[in-house]
Every structure is written in C-alpha cells, then in structure tokens.
Design a protein around this ligand. Structure first.
Ligand code: AMP
Length: 478
C-alpha cells in the first residue's frame, strides 16, 4: 500500500515525499481513509506508531477547503502535556509546508497575549492543553462553536492526569455535529465510557497490543542498594560502561529526584539536562532542544514530561527508579529502539522494588534478565513497602487535579482565587496524602543497614500538586 491510495491531496502527498516516507504505517493505512470519509475514529495506538501523522495528514487535506474566522478555530487537538502539543505543532509545520494554514499552540507556561492575538487572526488548527484552552474560552477570547473536528489525543494519559472533567467541559463547547477522533494507548473501562460519550458510530482502528515492548530493545536489570547515593553510584557506573552509548534518557519517579539527580550528575561532570513539570516552558523546551541536538548526553526526566516525546536515536534508557505503574515502564523504554534501531533499557532495582518489578514482568509477559546475575536472596532482602499497592492506585479521573501547567504561568486567572497554587500534574502520584507539616516519614522507624540518617526519597510521595485540604491531618477513630 502506498500513500497515494489513501485519498490524500497532492499537496500532502508531496510533503510526505519530501519527508522521505515510502509507505503508511498500519495506523495511517487504517485511519486516514476513515478520517477523510468524515467518520469518527477510535484509534488504539501508542506513540511511535505514526499516529500523529494518521490525523495530521487527512486534516491538512480537509482544511484545504474553507477558511478560518477570528476567534473561531476550525479544528481542535487536545494534548495532555505542553511537549506533546508542541510536537504535534511541529508535525503541522513539516507536513503542512505546502499549505497556508494558521496553526496556534495554546499551552500553559507562555504568555496569554501572544496566544490571544493568534486567536484573533483566525486559526485553522488549534493545538491545546485542556486547562489553558478553558481559560481562553472563559475569558471570552475563544469560541469553539465553529469547530468541525475535535481530536482527543493520549486520552488515557488525560485520565491519569485528571483532565477528564476539563475534556468533558470542552466537549460541551464544540458543536454536537463535529467529527471526533479519539486516540488512546490503552482502553480501561473509564476510557471506554468517555469514548462512548464523545464518539458517534466510530471506526475502530487498533495497532499492536499496548503492553508490548519492541524487539529492538535489549532490557536489563541491575541490582543496587536501597540508598539514593548507592543508586546514583550504580547509575554513573552503568553510563560509563555502557556499550555503544550515544545518549540516554534517565527516568525518575518524582520531579524532586530529577532535580537532585541532575545536580549530582553535573557535579560528576556529566553533560546532563532535566525535564520535569516544575520547570517553566522555555526551560523545558531549551532542555529538550539541547538533548535533541546532541549538546547534552543525558536527559533526566519524569514520566509526565517525557511521555510520548519523539526523540529519534536515543541509545539508552535508564530507569533510576522502577516505575510504580507497569505501563510507564513500557512507555519509558519505548523512548529507545525506535524506528527499527537497536536500543538498551537498563533498570536499577533496589531491594524494595521487587513488587513493582513483578508487575512489569506480568504486564510485558517476559522476565527481564539481570545484567550481573540476580541479587543474592532478593526476596528475603525485600521487605515490601506495605503502603505500596494499597491506596496507591492510579488516579483515574481524579476530579480536582491540576489543570495543565499553570504554576509556570504568571497569568492564573482562576486557580489563584479558587485553590492552592497548581502545579503540573505528575502522573499517578499517591492518593494517600501525608498530613501537612509532619516529617516526611517517622524518624523513629529504623532503616535497614543500621545508622541510616534517613529513609530513601523513593518512598516519599510528592504531594506538591495536591490541594491543601487533602494535606490536612485527619484523626481516625480506633
Ligand atoms: P508518532 O507515533 O506520531 O509519535 O510518530 C513516530 C515517528 O514516526 C515520528 O518520528 C514520525 O515522523 C515517524 N513516521 C510517521 N509516519 C511514518 C511513515 N509512514 N514512515 C516512516 N516514519 C514515519
């Protein structure tokens, strides 16, 4: 099958040729004709499958007819993070180079003024994160009543980040008669429910099982001690001894750990940059840019900031922390071994990580090899953190979770008056909040190995994004 059989316009076909793509990927082959036939589409596909082009290419073809009116975008694409939104905008630049379309990026962390003047000029394609979009709409700067096509991308990620109430509100602002494309990597019941409310008789297109890891990725485990300094020491050793090392993304579970690890690596003369939700937008873009251009060898990242990013040619992924949720593992290691290239993913495993590791192996259906042999007596050495797996579930549809990225923005019209300052939602943080003002953990609790000054940060939930009322101490009657 070639692109010319899908019904795309000549302008789009020549942009595809210029991009060097020969054949459509399976999701493109299945979705593009359905989109062009103006059908709603439910696309079940991960990033890396070519799903962005699966909606960008037919959109470009369809937008060749008609023109935009002030403040009334013709199409709307919703993305969970600023980086993903920026990445989609880049694809419009790449494939839309033969078109004269106005594409606007409406994301948190950048000034309202510039976005407002873009909206005023008339927008063919609006790419937005949900919170900032609603802010513009509530200020009366944006009318969605002319929107012919709505795209909800990474819907399961939106759910994890608590954006579903915002998405539902946006759904009421766009015309009922619009066409809707809905993309998700996984299909839990909550997502099925939302898909049912948003889509009318959709064509379902599905490519590859969500929990599969690419065969091009060599996966390894490396045992380490439980202290942070031991983990950092292990990481440095692994980076220095890595075969065919070009560059690496290092994943941490918490944004605080990202900052600590960055400082430590820089002190050890590694050329590293960081990407996490507390950084402002220009700093995030600058870090990503330096890494993409090869000016930095290491990108230290949290899941929310890095999910779905398309960075070609990453030779290694290191999991500094084992992710608490197994599907994050699949997404993390999928940053390497892309487009048929080989890659290596190495996970640093502390004694208390056994349970999370078991969940990953169950999800991926494979047991991952220990690079230096399994740790001695690893189950005995792994007192399971009792809180893990109890009350630490994924925050599905978490009402009241933060809007995207407002903390980075000086214009916070509603949040400041309504609730505690918001931060970018880091995904799947613990639901059991610590009482405010208490020490991070009981100091009397003895650590393993005697004489420890403190327990590892790994077990400390990051509650910085939670509204203040959730952090108030509660008394529970016996
Ligand atoms: P995505 O899944 O949208 O993140 O795309 C992953 C990568 O695949 C991006 O770098 C695209 O530029 C690339 N890509 C998209 N479509 C094709 C295609 N038909 N052939 C080769 N590469 C593609």
């Amino acid at each position: 099958m070639s692109f010319s059989h899908l019904g795309l316009s000549d302008k789009v076909l020549s942009a595809i040729e210029a991009a060097g793509y020969k054949t459509p990927t399976p999701i493109q082959e299945q979705a593009i004709p359905q989109v062009l036939a103006r059908r709603d589409v439910l696309g079940i596909a991960q990033t890396g499958t070519g799903k962005t082009a699966a909606f960008v290419l037919p959109m470009l073809t369809m937008l060749e007819q008609g023109r935009a009116r002030a403040r009334m975008p013709r199409t709307l694409i919703l993305e969970p993070t600023r980086e993903l939104a920026a990445q989609v905008a880049e694809q419009f630049e790449k494939y839309g180079k033969n078109h004269k379309l106005n594409v606007a990026l409406i994301i948190g962390g950048v000034s309202f003024g510039d976005q407002d003047s873009k909206l005023l000029r008339g927008v063919d394609v609006l790419i937005a994160t949900p919170g900032r979009l609603l802010d513009h709409s509530e200020r009366g700067r944006l009318l969605l009543s002319g929107c012919e096509l709505l795209i909800i991308d990474e819907a399961d990620r939106m759910l994890d980040m608590g954006f579903i109430p915002d998405i539902e509100r946006i759904g009421k602002l766009v015309p009922f008669t619009r066409q809707t494309l809905f993309f998700t990597a996984t299909m839990p019941p909550e997502i099925q429910h939302i898909a049912d409310t948003f889509l009318h008789n959709p064509a379902r297109v599905e490519v590859s099982r969500p929990a599969t890891t690419a065969a091009t990725i060599t996966q390894l485990l490396v045992a380490t001690g439980r202290e942070d300094y031991e983990k950092r020491d292990t990481l440095r050793r692994l980076i220095r001894s890595a075969d065919n090392f070009k560059n690496a993304i290092v994943f941490c579970n918490r944004k605080r750990e990202v900052a600590t690890l960055l400082r430590s690596l820089q002190r050890h003369n590694f050329n590293a940059v960081a990407l996490h939700g507390d950084m402002d937008q220009p700093a995030r873009m600058a870090a990503l840019d330096r890494f993409k251009k090869g000016e930095a060898d290491l990108l230290i990242a949290s899941d929310v900031a890095a999910r779905g990013l398309d960075i070609p040619d990453v030779s290694h992924v290191f999991n500094f922390d084992v992710p608490h949720h197994p599907d994050d593992y699949v997404h993390r290691i999928g940053r390497t071994g892309r487009a048929g290239k080989s890659g290596t993913a190495i996970t640093i495993v502390a004694p208390s990580d056994q349970k999370s590791l078991g969940a990953i192996e169950r999800l991926t259906g494979q047991s991952i090899k220990w690079a230096d042999g399994p740790p001695p007596d690893d189950t005995a050495a792994a007192p399971q953190d009792e809180s893990r797996g109890r009350g630490r579930g994924r925050q599905r549809g978490g009402r009241g979770r933060s809007r995207d990225t407002r903390s980075a923005d000086s214009h916070q019209p509603r949040e400041q008056s309504r609730s505690a300052p918001r931060q970018e939602a880091e995904p799947r943080t613990e639901t059991a909040a610590k009482p405010a003002g208490k020490p991070a953990r009981p100091s009397a609790k003895p650590g393993r190995g005697g004489g420890e000054q403190r327990q590892p940060q790994h077990d400390e939930p990051d509650t910085s994004h939670l509204p203040a009322f959730l952090l108030r101490p509660v008394s529970i009657k016996a």
